[in-house]
Design a protein around this ligand. Structure first.
Ligand code: CA
Length: 416
């Protein structure tokens, strides 16, 4: 039987049409299923890490987000920025901050985490966005695997700082970073200061009189002494030999009645040290805040730059994002440096100057700003400082030798 050429052509054409339709449907399905991506980019070093995390929801717009992942073990989150981050066992949960919950379809947002780690800690897995697996992972099966118990590694020598969720979200919009307003040069010397001490009246090797040595945690190898070999002025200074570890925290605390300083406190300290600020958190000065459960407001360093830290909730100024750290400055080694600060308990603001120059990253100006004081204003902050402690706390790594001299506290700026 002879088959006409016309019929064959029609049959082939019909097949092609069906195939084209299937192709179209598949393409449409692939586009509709554009999934979420979580890009985790760590910066690791011995004992710790930070990571930038990019959240890309794909074709689904978000009004809020929760990102979860798991560490294989050995990593412990100690803080974050642009998100509220917590860890339970090996599972990390990061929730959006007040200002970055909305992400358009096809858009993305970023946040960061920092933490401690043991050697050989592996890469995180199981990224999910609002409970949906990301990065092409299959959806969860009906029988989820049993939860992994927390790692059985020995406890760290220092308790990890806690980061409770903010009680008051910051305003939804924040302005771009601003430079602190210029200030007129302050007068020199200690004029009008409530406390003005160059340690020249110290007679022994152990600080006494207007100062007393305190060990807030337990007494270890940290040492405080009056030094007659190194001084900013005169022939004496306070020397702190700061060692690593919780038990070695040591301060020299003013015994003077500082109540006359009032709720707006200006400080000036001449400071010298030998070792660059470490990556992990350290403290070189602390002041008890009676309005914050008598927890310390701490000046120190992290990620190699100066920072303020609130002991009550471990908030940092600046935020420890790379951009935030870049807005602070290192503490120079091997020379005397003039550190000035202003803490305004009425307005809840903070200013810092190094050698007379205002430091943007160490400025809390009352308006939450990304990378700077966004975390600081997670809650209302109206400090009432009651003391002054000079010394050393190292919570992970870091040992240093420091000298303090010509220390002043007053109700107006004292100057260098
Ligand atoms: Ca002196």
């Amino acid at each position: 039987m002879r088959i006409s050429r016309t019929r064959i052509t029609a049959a082939v054409a019909a097949t092609v049409t069906v195939a084209a339709a299937v192709t179209t449907v598949l393409a449409g399905t692939a586009s509709a299923a554009q999934g979420c991506r979580i890009d985790y980019q760590p910066n690791e070093w011995t004992g710790g890490f930070t990571a930038n995390v990019r959240v890309s929801p794909g074709d689904t717009a978000l009004s809020s987000w929760t990102v979860t992942w798991s560490y294989p073990g050995g990593q412990r989150i100690t803080g974050g920025w642009n998100a509220t981050v917590s860890q339970s066992g090996t599972t990390v949960t990061a929730r959006n901050a007040a200002w970055n919950g909305s992400v358009p379809a096809g858009g993305s947002t970023e946040f960061g985490v920092q933490g401690t780690s043991t050697s050989g800690a592996g890469a995180p897995t199981g990224f999910a966005l609002n409970g949906v697996p990301c990065n092409g992972a299959p959806p969860p099966t009906s029988t989820p695997p049993p939860t992994t118990p927390p790692p059985t590694t020995p406890p760290p020598t220092t308790p990890p700082p806690t980061t409770p969720p903010p009680t008051t979200p910051p305003p939804p919009t924040t302005p771009p970073p601003t430079t602190p307003p210029p200030t007129t040069p302050p007068p020199a010397g200690c004029a009008g200061a409530v406390l003005c001490d160059g340690f020249e009246n110290q007679t022994g090797s152990t600080p006494a009189g207007d100062w007393s040595v305190v060990n807030p945690d337990c007494s270890g190898t940290g040492r405080a002494a009056v030094d007659t070999a190194t001084a900013h002025s005169g022939s004496r200074s306070l020397r702190i030999d700061g060692a690593q570890g919780y038990c070695n925290h040591v301060f020299v605390r003013s015994t003077k009645d500082l109540s006359a300083v009032g709720t707006v406190r200006y400080g000036r300290i001449w400071l010298r040290h030998t070792t660059a600020l470490p990556t992990q958190h350290v403290t070189v000065m602390a002041m008890t805040d009676a309005a914050d459960g008598n927890k310390d407001l701490r000046m120190g360093g992290q990620n190699g730059a100066l920072q303020w830290n609130r002991a009550s909730d471990d908030a940092t100024l600046p935020e420890q994002s790379p951009s935030g750290v870049a807005l602070s400055v290192p503490l120079p080694t091997g020379r005397w440096t003039c550190l000035e600060f202003m803490v305004d308990g009425n307005q809840g603001q903070l200013r810092t100057w190094l050698d007379g120059t205002a430091v943007t990253g160490l400025t809390a100006d009352g308006v939450p700003t990304h990378d700077i004081d966004g975390q600081w204003y997670n809650r209302t902050w109206r400090p009432r400082l009651t003391d002054l402690k000079l010394g050393w706390e190292s919570y992970g790594e870091g040992a240093d030798t420091l000298w303090y001299d010509d220390v002043a506290l007053g109700a107006s700026r004292i100057g260098c």
